[in-house]
Ligand binder design. Structure first.
Ligand code: ZN
Length: 227
């Protein structure tokens, strides 16, 4: 399950935005703006943020259900933060309970995707944005988080349908951001520095998963374009 210390996720990128906006403002001959004003204005600068369509998903076939805005941070990846990791989680609960948790502003955590035992995929946060799932700000900023429906101590929860659907999703993410399909870049929540979480647990079959991701990656080599 995702987790994060929200207080640590304060907006470091405003500094970088301020530089970008500052440059644009100077070019336009605008007087120097206070840092606070820059922080409020950055989103108005053309080209700084990609257009968004309500309900749009980053993976064809995913169903969109919005997470509470308290559980993620608006960003403009991969332009402001490069994406070079996929982090695998197991929900420790049902699919529906995970959806509800990420809709709950008090939960303070969420992942981009949830994959069900029947292979369905729900997207709750755009890949552009930073989801609070790894419990580590740097890892959150660099990664896409995927939850899988089940419990870490129940091997039967990890179904063929879930592995296959998740592998197609991860293959697509790896294609889009040029992420190598290996265990350096596709990792479990348990492997994130500083975490006390154990998911996806000892029954998650990494060899099988990476094999499926490689197969899906080869079957649809694809481009980095959005679907
Ligand atoms: Zn987790």
């Amino acid at each position: 399950m995702g987790e994060n210390k929200a207080s640590e996720d304060t907006d470091r990128r405003i500094g970088r935005r301020a530089l970008i906006v500052g440059g644009a403002a100077a070019a336009a001959g605008t007087a120097v703006l206070a840092r606070d004003e820059l922080a409020r204005l950055w989103w108005r600068v053309p080209g700084v943020e990609k257009p968004r369509e309500p309900g749009a998903v980053d993976f064809a076939g995913a169903r969109w259900v919005a997470a509470s805005e308290a559980n993620w941070r608006r960003a403009d990846r991969p332009d402001d933060y490069g994406v070079d990791m996929v982090i695998v989680h197991v929900t420790q609960g049902s699919f529906d309970s995970a959806v509800r948790a990420f809709q709950d502003p008090g939960h303070k955590a969420s992942t981009h995707y949830i994959v069900g035992q029947d292979g369905r995929i729900t997207q709750m946060i755009r890949e552009l944005d930073v989801a609070y799932h790894a419990g580590n700000r740097d890892y959150n900023e660099r990664s896409i988080g995927i939850e899988h429906e089940g419990f870490v101590d129940r091997p039967g929860d990890l179904t063929d349908e879930m592995y296959e659907a998740s592998a197609r999703l991860t293959a697509r993410i790896c294609a889009r951001y040029d992420i190598p399909v290996d265990r350096e870049h596709i990792l479990g929540h348990v492997e994130v520095p500083g975490t006390d979480h154990t998911d996806p647990g000892p029954h998650w079959d990494w060899n099988r998963y990476l094999k499926l991701v490689r197969a899906a990656r080869t079957a649809a080599p694809d481009t980095k374009a959005l679907p």
